[in-house]
Design a protein around this ligand. Structure first.
Ligand code: FAD
Length: 407
């Protein structure tokens, strides 16, 4: 078997590479090798509408199944790539198949990080990454009496919101002293903590988990202070481990992800990497090497690679954006707030419609908008422009953000 382009990972990034290659009129052969059985689907609904039962699986597919056939994209599903031979330009799958490539695109995402503590792998302890994970979590939550969510990041908070809406008893445990600590400023963290408490989540900050209790199924979560919180389902949302072992074993540079340049090329010839597993220098992180776990990043890097393969090389330079739905709150973020030295509140959190604008050295670097779609749209412009503005200007909700831009 040989294809001009082999894409490893049938997720957001992998699907978009194939879509963009065909949009660019690429006529070569394309195969996507994915270890899940499904055609590419959207992952964000797994902790939102799909988990809540508000959207059927068919409605979260990235393209209808027929699309791939019509565009002559060969789907090799239920197959895991276990090794890469960069000199021989081939990959080997877990069932022993050798697939030759002209160009290889590694879009393998990551696996949920699990807790390295006693009982961390007991039945009833569930990470959330795939449709299969979400299905297990959904079924288990229907009969569960009390659910413990470990991790106050977006996935943990979204799962907690869905479960509370379904009337479940939920305890949420966060090791740090605020939720969303790695991705948002304090005003936003405090707002979401209050929302979850108001909705009945028993939210605990600064707690260390020492063990998961149970025999053949989880029965509780033991904290470092000895308290055991009863649980018949434990949802773990503490980040991912990037899926890059075969590439690193083949000699690619990297560690926490595989290192890519601005064209998303790895250090190995004819091998690209994109999405959650790609460690790249990001212009919106002041040139720091980071991994971004977002649909935006996966799609935009996919476009860079597909165009590059078609001979139109242009470096990755896309404003990061993200969203999260919890209860009736729609959070939209643009830019990266890491390293901010000033956070300006725009609007009153008590109205449940406000934004937080982040500045560094007097320039806007990011914005988080809660139920303020207009701020988000215009916030993208001021982040892209690196607008220099005063606290008073940014805090004034009567002035649309775009009016702060120089004419
Ligand atoms: P993925 O979409 O994860 O695709 C990788 C695929 O490769 C997977 O199918 C994986 O199983 C497969 N694979 C791994 N190793 C191999 C191998 N060796 N061989 C073959 N196949 C392999 N982002 C947002 O922007 N907004 C959100 O609201 C949001 N919510 C999220 C909610 C949840 C529950 C999750 C899990 C993620 C969420 N994200 C969100 C993140 C977003 O889904 C990811 O950033 C995005 O899916 C990354 O795309 P990717 O192509 O890098 O990886």
């Amino acid at each position: 078997m040989h294809f001009d382009v082999v894409i490893v990972g049938a997720g957001h990034g992998g699907a978009q590479v194939a879509v963009m290659l065909r949009t660019q009129k690429f006529e070569g052969s394309i195969a996507i090798v994915g270890d899940e059985p499904e055609f590419p689907y959207e992952r964000p609904p797994l902790s939102k509408e799909y988990f809540a039962g508000e959207k059927e699986f068919e409605r979260i597919q990235i393209r209808p199944a027929k699309y791939w056939d019509d565009r002559n994209v060969t789907m090799l599903l239920g197959k895991r790539v276990v090794s890469v031979d960069s000199a021989g330009h081939s990959v080997t799958t877990s069932d022993g198949e050798v697939i030759g490539y002209g160009k290889l695109v590694w879009a393998a995402g990551g696996a949920p990080r699990m807790l390295p503590i006693p009982g961390g792998d007991l039945p009833g302890v569930q990470g959330v990454r795939t449709r299969a994970d979400a299905d297990v979590m959904k079924a288990a939550s229907e009969t569960a009496r009390q659910i413990v969510v470990i991790g106050g990041g977006y996935i943990g908070l979204e799962a907690a919101a869905v479960l509370r809406k379904a009337g479940k008893k939920v305890v949420l445990l966060e090791a740090l002293d605020r939720v969303l600590a790695r991705v948002a400023g304090e005003p936003l963290s405090r707002f979401y903590e209050q929302e979850h408490r108001d909705h009945g989540v028993d939210l605990r900050l600064g707690v260390a988990v020492s063990a998961i209790e149970g025999g053949d199924h989880v029965t509780g979560v033991r904290l470092a202070d000895g308290e055991v919180i009863p649980a018949d389902l434990v949802i773990v949302g503490i980040g991912i481990v990037p899926a890059v072992e075969p590439l690193i074993a083949a000699g690619a540079d990297g560690g926490n992800g595989v290192r890519v340049d601005r064209l998303c090329k790895t250090s190995l010839p004819d091998i690209y990497a994109i999405g959650d597993c790609a460690a790249h220098v990001n212009d919106f992180a002041e040139g720091a090497e980071i991994r971004l776990e977002s649909v935006q990043n996966a799609n935009d890097q996919a476009n860079v690679v597909a165009k590059g393969i078609c001979g139109d090389e242009a470096p990755y330079h896309a404003i990061p954006w993200f969203w999260s739905n919890q209860y009736d709150l729609k959070l939209q973020t643009a830019g990266l707030s890491t390293g901010y030295d000033q956070a300006v509140l725009r609007g009153d959190p008590a109205t449940r419609s406000f934004s937080v604008v982040y500045l560094k050295a007097g320039r806007v670097i990011a914005i988080d908008c809660v139920n303020r779609a207009k701020d988000y749209v215009q916030g993208r412009m001021i982040v892209t422009a690196g607008l220099a503005a005063s606290e008073a200007q940014l805090a004034d909700i009567e002035t649309p953000l775009k009016e702060l831009l120089p004419a």
